[in-house]
Design a binder for this molecule. Sequence first.
Ligand SMILES: [Zn+2]
Length: 96
Amino acid sequence: MTAQHTPTPYSVDDNPRRTRVRILNADSAWTATIEIASANTQEAKDTAAFIVRACNAHDDLVAALRVVDCRCAAASGRFAAITCIRCAALAKAGAA
Ligand SMILES: [Zn+2]
């Protein structure tokens, strides 16, 4: 199953008048709301910025890992428990 999500790039709308930090899509439309400790704190803003950076970088990072040649056991499909950092990162990204 392929996950469906709002296309990137995302950005952070940290309008101080709001009680929650919003993540916006490329059309500046509301994609998600970040709420940590039920307040619009610096931590919530930093977390939203981190999420946005991770989402915006995801596809390029997965593409970069896929061009790296790997000969570990996980890549060959023989021993999934024995893996390198590349294959572990792809699995964690849901792109293995
Ligand atoms: Zn590997």
